[in-house]
Design a protein around this ligand. Structure first.
Ligand SMILES: CC(=O)SCCNC(=O)CCNC(=O)[C@H](O)C(C)(C)COP(=O)(O)OP(=O)(O)OC[C@H]1O[C@@H](n2cnc3c(N)ncnc32)[C@H](O)[C@@H]1OP(=O)(O)O
Length: 444
């Protein structure tokens, strides 16, 4: 990888170690010294270009390595330069390896949670023309010595297949300890922790544990994959050009392939605005009793009647599975307004299996059954989680306290039972913003 400035003079050593200060190394005696600010600018250019090349090689939608990200994190980058090829006498860069210590919660082989802070492999790239020439190993080996770590002590942030093969070939790392986050650790990780991994009390249920791994790549996932149904690309005509998601022992680790870009909000709203908002919804939204999002997050359970019930966090989808974008989380949000017997849902009106008003249908019942079978979570208006509850109207609950939930389909209530409005559209900017905020507080 070549640059319009003298890389060879800028980085005198074959491998240069840069930290968050991105300080240019001392130059060889006798070389002319440009202004230090120019040298730092050149270093930043190199880091930016390497980050872009690495992202491209890994099919990431945006670089995870850049000068600005380096400056705001305590990561270390090892840059390997080409000492043989000197096109126009300026030298070239072969690749880089970025590492950093991170606090992680990892599972051991007995699935106990451990709080650890290992050195993590965060980004690794060798120029395409020079891969499989041993440069990767040279860089990796140098880093191991410099950081004084053994390969099995490392955690790897979403390794690519190439990197997994690399680690297997050079360091015999093969058997992974399954995790529910993006990081991969290998057998032997816990045997060699210094200091020993700190065990967390095993009191919390799986779903309650939030702080899984602050992956460097997390921002990519958040930026490009809004929750269902916002992640449904409108009318995709062509099949995906990239391979299917790579599955490994990473639990719910998202795939490395390119993720879909954001659909512009306006377009989303247009495509989802299938019927005019219910007057009550308008009223509630205009009132905005929760105040600022930050305030709302702090004050749970005070909303005067707007309850979001999120359920069906299932990849299997109880509705028409084709319409629910198989393989994605399908979260059904139902809003119950303070107006008696009125419920709003994030399901578009045309969604098969959902009826509106008093229209009962078999599909609607099926949907309700499925919903009942799944874990139910009640959210306050701000999206904070509360105790699980049922998604049936209070009247229905009162009428059939012992009846199984599956039979409590609101649509199935015969007249003059109160009418339930499911499917009224509530997509507006605030709703979507709240949805994003809610999602941002959860690891999925
Ligand atoms: C946490 C992360 O950073 S994940 C991202 C890792 N980076 C990438 O995937 C970017 C693209 N790949 C690369 O930049 C490089 O291939 C690296 C960094 C993974 C390895 O660097 P290299 O210089 O190629 O490694 P090196 O020559 O020392 O070792 C070669 C071994 O790596 C593995 N490897 C390298 N390239 C490939 C490939 N295209 N396909 C399969 N295995 C590969 C193999 O085990 C290979 O041994 P082999 O040739 O006998 O099969």
């Amino acid at each position: 990888m070549e640059f319009p400035f003298d890389v060879d003079a800028l980085l005198p050593e074959r491998i240069t170690v840069l930290d968050q200060h991105l300080r240019p190394p001392a130059r060889r005696p006798g070389t002319t010294t440009p202004a230090r600010v120019d040298l730092q600018q050149q270093i930043m250019t190199i880091v930016d270009e390497l980050g872009k090349a690495s992202a491209k090689a890994q099919h990431l939608p945006a670089p995870i390595t850049s000068a600005s990200r380096m400056q705001s994190n305590r990561h270390v980058i090892y840059v390997l330069k080409d000492t043989s090829a000197r096109p126009a006498g300026k030298g070239a860069i072969i690749g880089f390896l970025k590492v950093g210590y991170k606090k992680l919660f990892v599972l051991d082989d007995r699935e106990a949670h451990n709080e650890v802070e290992p050195l993590c492999i965060l980004d690794f790239y060798i120029h395409e023309s020079l891969q499989r020439h041993g440069h990767g190993q040279e860089l990796f080996q140098y880093m191991l010595q410099k950081e004084r770590v053994e390969p099995h002590q490392l955690a790897i942030d979403r390794p690519s297949q190439k990197l997994l093969k690399f680690l297997n070939k050079h360091y015999n790392l093969e058997t992974t300890v399954p995790q529910v986050n993006n990081f991969v650790i290998f057998e032997g990780f816990f045997a060699h922790q210094h200091p020993p991994a700190r065990k967390l009390p095993p009191k919390r249920a799986e779903g309650e544990i939030k702080p899984y791994s602050s992956s460097d790549r997390e921002f990519l996932k958040v930026a490009v994959e809004p929750p269902w149904p916002l992640n449904r690309a409108p009318r995709r005509a062509t099949p995906p050009t990239h391979p299917p998601p790579r599955s490994s022992s990473l639990g719910n680790s998202p795939d490395r392939g390119p993720l879909r870009p954001f659909v512009p909000e306006q377009e989303l709203l247009r495509s989802l605005r299938l019927c005019p908002p219910h007057p009550t919804a308008r009223l509630l939204l205009a009132t905005d009793p929760g105040g600022s999002p930050a305030q709302r997050r702090r004050t749970r359970g005070t909303s005067p009647g707007l309850v979001a019930q999120s359920c069906c966090y299932s990849r299997h989808g109880g509705l028409n599975s084709t319409s629910l974008n198989k393989g994605k989380y399908s979260s059904l949000l139902i809003f119950k307004s303070s107006k008696p017997n009125t419920v709003y849902s994030n399901l578009p009106m045309h969604m098969p299996g959902i009826s509106t008003g008093n229209q009962g249908s078999k599909q609607g019942e099926r949907e309700t059954e499925n919903r009942s079978a799944n874990q139910k979570q009640v959210l306050s208006q701000d999206g904070s989680a509360e105790e699980p509850t049922h998604t049936v109207p209070p009247q229905a609950q009162a009428q059939t306290p012992q009846a199984p939930q599956a039979s409590q389909a609101p649509q199935a209530q015969s007249p003059p039972a109160p009418s339930w409005t499911v499917g009224r559209d509530m997509f507006n900017a605030r709703f979507i913003r709240n949805l994003h905020e809610f999602r941002g507080t959860r690891p999925w």
